[in-house]
Write a protein that binds this ligand. Structure first.
Ligand code: 8YV
Length: 314
């Protein structure tokens, strides 16, 4: 008898191959209208960040495991899963390099006007080379402030050393090992915001980090500085960011994540020229996606068999 598996979004062929004939797959949107089906679900693979709390878990009394594709599980109420003895798996370690690379891709793109320059170079206004245009912020030798010195933050710091950047970081508490290994310096959030040419947000979304960067924090940044968010949209107040970009409190921003995601198509942020936005591509490489898929399926199958999950987050 195959296991009954719930998914929220269609899985790619690689993941279907990994599952083989172990599971019969059902879509969340159908199961939500069919209590009998929900009652038979053994495993839930969260692929597209579906909000998952105790009220949904209670409708799945046979649920043995929730396996999340990705490391961030802010969309799953872990306390509710714990209270119901449902293990939750995630994919730590498989997104770090790709997400740090993408942090740098956004940092360089926004600091060196790559997107706006691309539009200009394709448009009718580009009639002759003009050295007066698109002066960016030097990356080499500038100060990078990393908010969140976890796995991804540390890889960002390694990338920064290649650019001979001066790196400040802010974390819940100082990390002397990271300081020794990476040559980074702990700073209060305010000091980091005041001194950095680039601020990258690399922390998880938790009740403590929700809206950690708002009006007060953006006003502390240099008018020549850039903000990069590859964490979760919820760590940043988007209304405050709009004010910051419109009133030139900062030079620009680059977002890989937003809240909501996507932003409504008529959201005023989408009209800002000093903003670059990407559709949550931080870990979107063939290599990372494959490894994330492997760990997601391994967590799922272990949970279905009542075994310890290779990566259990809650
Ligand atoms: C993933 C991410 O692409 O791992 C995470 O937490 O944010 C991304 O790298 C995403 O979660 C998968 O849907």
């Amino acid at each position: 008898m195959p296991y009954q598996l719930l998914i929220d979004t269609a899985l790619p062929p690689t993941m279907l191959d990994m599952l083989g004939d172990t599971c019969e797959i059902h879509f969340l949107k159908d199961a939500l209208r069919d209590e009998a089906l929900l009652g038979r679900i053994d495993g839930y693979l969260t692929y597209g960040h579906p909000p998952t709390d105790g009220s949904l878990m209670d409708r799945m009394p046979s649920l043995k495991v929730i396996s999340n594709f990705g490391v961030g599980v802010d969309h799953v109420v872990l306390a509710d899963a714990r209270a119901r003895n449902i293990p939750v798996g995630n994919t730590p370690g498989f997104v770090d390099g790709a997400t740090a690379d993408f942090t740098f891709a956004l940092l360089m793109a926004v600091g060196r006007n790559i997107v706006i320059g691309d539009h200009y170079a394709r448009g009718p206004e580009f009639t002759h080379y003009d050295p007066n245009l698109w002066h960016g912020q030097e990356i080499y030798g500038s100060t990078l402030g990393i908010v969140g010195m976890g796995r991804i933050g540390k890889v960002v710091a390694k990338r920064a050393s290649g650019f001979e950047m001066n790196v400040l970081y802010h974390n819940r508490k100082p990390d002397p090992q990271a300081e020794a290994a990476l040559g980074v310096r702990y700073a209060s959030l305010n000091e980091l915001l005041q001194q950095s040419d680039f601020v990258t947000l690399n922390m998880p979304l938790t009740p403590e980090t929700r809206r950690m960067i708002g009006r007060e924090q953006l006003l502390l940044m240099k008018p020549t500085a850039y903000l990069i968010n590859v964490a979760r949209g919820g760590v940043l107040d988007h209304d405050a960011l709009l004010d910051a970009l419109q009133n030139k409190w900062i030079a620009g921003a680059a977002l890989d994540v937003t809240e909501p995601e996507p932003l409504p198509r008529d959201h005023p942020l989408l009209k800002m020229e000093n903003l670059i936005i990407a559709p949550h591509l931080g870990s979107a490489t063939r290599q990372s996606r494959y490894q994330m898929a492997r760990r997601t399926i391994d967590n799922l199958l272990a949970g279905l068999r009542g075994e310890e999950l290779p990566s259990r987050v809650g």
